[in-house]
Design a binder for this molecule. Structure first.
Ligand SMILES: [Zn+2]
Length: 196
């Protein structure tokens, strides 16, 4: 059964998600094209193993390596990631973003109290959640190591999002600086994978 907190959260998501974010549509940063079927199928597999409201995966029009989430029924992933990563790794990325919803990281009180240490802790929590969710949904949980591979991220194109409206670029990148280093996230994942 859903907890009261989860019901309140779902209600807030519904309010936020009555229509698609006009900012993003106006900014021409949504890719409604050829990746849609693949990421929708991956998200659906994950949704079947979550208890919260289903999340729809939306592809952002950038060759960059980004994934973000905000209130509403969507999680966002850059086409750069969708192009470069295996299904298992894309599923991990989507599951991580779903985790921020399911772990209630987006609730206003958490966001206001978003101190750096707390933000970093939430990233590890979302990684761990993603590992478990991906595993339940039948994905190879090592997809997480592929998705967080520091060498892969070093190859991110410099020009990604160069033609984006600055406000939206800022939105996608706003938490990058507060994320723990990829090396540490990989190490935490490796330990979780090795645990019985
Ligand atoms: Zn995150």
């Amino acid at each position: 059964m859903r907890s009261l907190a989860q019901l309140v959260d779902d209600g807030l998501d519904l309010l936020a998600g009555r229509r698609f974010d006009p900012d993003l549509i106006g900014g021409n940063v949504i890719d409604l094209g050829h990746h849609r079927e693949r990421v929708t199928a991956l998200a659906d597999r994950l949704n079947a193993h979550r208890s919260g409201r289903p999340k729809q995966a939306v592809v952002l029009w950038t060759s960059g390596y980004s994934a973000v989430t905000k209130r509403g029924p969507w999680v966002y992933i850059a086409r750069g990631l969708v192009d470069a990563l295996s299904d298992d790794a894309v599923a991990f990325v989507l599951a991580h973003e779903m985790g921020h919803h399911d772990l209630r990281h987006l609730s206003p009180t958490v966001m206001i109290a978003g101190l750096l240490g707390e933000l970093q802790r939430m990233e590890y929590q979302a990684d761990r959640y993603a590992l478990d969710l991906a595993r339940r949904a039948g994905f190879d949980p090592k997809g997480g190591l592929e998705a967080l591979d520091p060498d892969f991220w070093k190859a991110e194109p410099d020009t990604a999002m160069a033609d984006w409206p600055p406000r939206l670029r800022e939105w996608v990148n706003r938490f990058r600086k507060s994320h723990p280093p990829l090396e540490l996230r990989c190490e935490a994942l490796r330990q979780a994978l090795a645990a019985p």
